[in-house]
Design a protein around this ligand. Structure first.
Ligand code: PMP
Length: 384
């Protein structure tokens, strides 16, 4: 086994796919510091600028002082604090769902959900958008069932697959993101809910990138639907400025997950400081309409400027602005040139996105201003 590590690393290096961790330090709002330089940061998911908000920091510190730094045990053993339950109740209300359950991270929530669902019906068929997140793929693989991927946002293709493969399966599960992480476009959730009902399928929606930014009160795109998906997942690690995640569903589904989801049962409960930051974010986010409008306006400004400069930014109309470059080498070169000019815009490459679709993924935050966006456009114009 030992020699295989070196071989795997060498193979990645030969393909230009070897990645290294590079550290940053927080800089002034909207910037990060790297190698002694402040870089305008268009690379984070801190869409509302909450990750360094004083109320979150104070509440986290207060929870640590009063309740400790660790939850001491898993939820079912003796790790459930009243604070877990209070935050879960607030989350259920925030998302307009019957109940909510906290998970250690969004990755873990998705990885844990599908194996638990498939225990109910091992032959269920899953239908997922081609662009669903790696954590959902992981959950589906761990569930060891048939996965029929449908073309991105192509609901005719989904229906065709439901007719072909869904009808003969004992149960069906459809899964999508509401805002796609690397493309920034939206799923048609009302249509998906209708399709799920028509085909008697369970609908799972990942709201990682919509929560906090879109929907009434920042409740995400599912918050405004008349008919909700069956299961909505989201995370505190992006617009909510913290860490940890949740699954919101009916009381019955949540009760089942408490009893059947390995990723919920066999892990230590989210710790008090993390709960404190969650609590403060839930206080602030519903009232941040101004920040939501601002971040989306900044994203529009960036998109318009980039399109005017001849770039392709795809169908996004959210705070995520992908700039399609094509080859990995060109995307890396663009990212390096941006960094040289004082801007952090990371290259996203396969396997995160399909081959030939490497890009710069710009993500805006409410702390960014028009002059900063215009600077990015100017630099990108110079790279053409
Ligand atoms: N789902 C999606 C769509 C994501 O983009 C991410 C984060 N990259 C996750 C889930 C995982 O969330 P977390 O970072 O909280 O583990």
């Amino acid at each position: 086994m030992h020699d295989r590590f070196a071989k795997a690393i060498a193979e990645r290096k030969a393909l230009g796919r070897y990645r290294e961790l590079r550290a940053i330090e927080p800089g002034p709002p909207g910037f990060v510091r790297r190698d002694g330089r402040d870089l305008l940061d268009l690379s984070s998911n801190d869409y509302l600028g909450l990750a360094r908000h004083p109320l979150l920091a104070e509440r986290a510190a207060d929870h640590a002082r009063r309740l400790g730094t660790g939850a001491r045990a898993s939820r079912l053993v003796s790790g459930t604090l009243e604070t877990h339950r209070a935050i879960e109740a607030r989350l259920a209300q925030f998302k307009g769902m019957g109940r909510a359950l906290l998970f250690a991270s969004g990755w873990q929530a998705n990885a844990a959900l599908f194996p638990a669902l498939l225990k109910l019906e091992p032959d269920a068929a899953i239908f997922g958008d081609w662009l669903i997140h790696a954590s959902i793929h992981h959950g589906i693989s761990a569930a060891r069932t048939r996965h029929h991927g449908y073309r991105h946002n192509d609901l005719d293709h989904l229906e065709q697959l439901l007719n072909e493969h869904g009808a003969k399966a004992p149960a069906r599960i459809i899964v999508t993101e509401s805002v796609f992480s690397m493309d920034g476009d939206r799923a048609d959730l009302a249509e998906l809910v209708a399709l799920a009902r028509k085909h008697d399928a369970l609908l799972v929606v990942d709201e990682a990138h919509a929560t906090g930014v879109l929907g009434t009160g920042g409740g995400g795109l599912t918050a405004d639907l008349d008919h909700k998906p069956d299961i909505v997942m989201g995370t505190f690690s992006k617009a909510l400025g913290g860490f940890g995640a949740y699954i919101a569903a009916s009381g019955e589904i949540c009760d089942y997950l408490i009893n059947a989801s390995s990723g919920f049962i066999y892990t230590t409960a989210p710790p008090p400081p993390v709960l404190g930051a969650m609590d403060a974010a839930l206080d602030l986010v519903p009232g941040m309409d101004g920040e939501r409008a601002h971040v989306l306006a900044m994203a529009n400004r960036l998109r318009e400027g980039l399109c005017d400069a001849g770039y392709e930014t795809g169908p996004s109309d959210t705070q995520i602005v992908p700039v399609m470059i094509g080859s990995e080498a060109d995307a890396l070169a663009s990212s390096a040139a941006l960094e040289e000019a004082g801007i952090l815009g990371v290259a996203i490459r396969p396997p995160t996105v399909p081959e030939g679709e490497s890009r710069i993924r710009f993500s805006l935050s409410a702390v960014h201003g028009a002059a900063q966006v215009d600077r990015v456009i100017e630099v990108m114009r110079g790279l053409r």
